[in-house]
Write a protein that binds this ligand. Structure first.
Ligand SMILES: *[C@@H]1O[C@H](CO)[C@@H](O)[C@H](O)[C@H]1NC(C)=O
Length: 181
């Protein structure tokens, strides 16, 4: 097989894998459950992709944090970087998570937990992605905030419903970084 054929086959496999892993067929858990399982929920912008695992295609990202929606006190100073406004989040590409891919410059809502000890030392002082990335829209922020505040989560979030909200660009907010994807 020629080198070029190999490259395009690889590209096809990667695209298919992405489509299957991140597509609408992946059932997302309810927002309430996602909020309960994540001890930290924050908004932030991906600044750097790091520690790409060549076998599992997982990676970590350095993320500039804009706001904690939940669990600020759980983020200890060992986890904080660069004067306290950045963290490293691991677990991107985790096949157990539907929407698990980011690029540099993406701003998202992240549902994370401090890395458990069995993941040390590789993920020591990292936060681990716990469920799908969420786009920043006014409605998504409000829904997450309602859940965090302990109110009834206003609706049972399915991934399909989430996608249709995302399509409503009128709900996009002015955020410091315009790359909301
Ligand atoms: C999310 O966190 C919960 C603990 O709150 C854990 O049981 C679960 O395995 C985590 N999910 C992933 C995909 O890491």
């Amino acid at each position: 097989m020629g080198g070029q054929g190999g490259v395009s086959t690889l590209a096809l496999v990667l695209v298919l894998g992405w489509a299957l892993g991140g597509g609408a067929n992946c059932p997302e858990r309810e927002l309430q459950r996602r909020e309960e399982e994540a001890n930290v929920v924050l908004t932030g912008t991906v600044e750097e992709i790091m520690n790409v695992d060549p076998v599992h295609h997982t990676y970590s990202c350095k993320v500039r944090v804009w706001r904690y929606l939940k669990g600020k006190d759980i983020v200890t100073h060992e986890i904080l970087l660069d004067g306290g406004n950045k963290v490293v989040i691991g677990g991107f590409g985790d096949p157990l998570i539907c929407d698990n891919q980011v690029s540099t410059g993406d701003t998202r809502i992240f549902f994370v937990n401090p890395a458990p000890q069995y993941m040390w030392p590789a993920h020591r002082n990292e936060l681990m992605l716990n469920s799908s990335l969420m786009r920043i829209t006014l409605r998504n922020l409000e829904e997450v905030e309602h859940c965090v505040e302990g109110a009834e989560c206003p609706r049972l979030l399915s991934y399909g419903a989430q996608l249709s909200w995302q399509a409503d660009s009128s709900e996009k907010m002015d955020y410091p970084n315009p790359n909301l994807g």
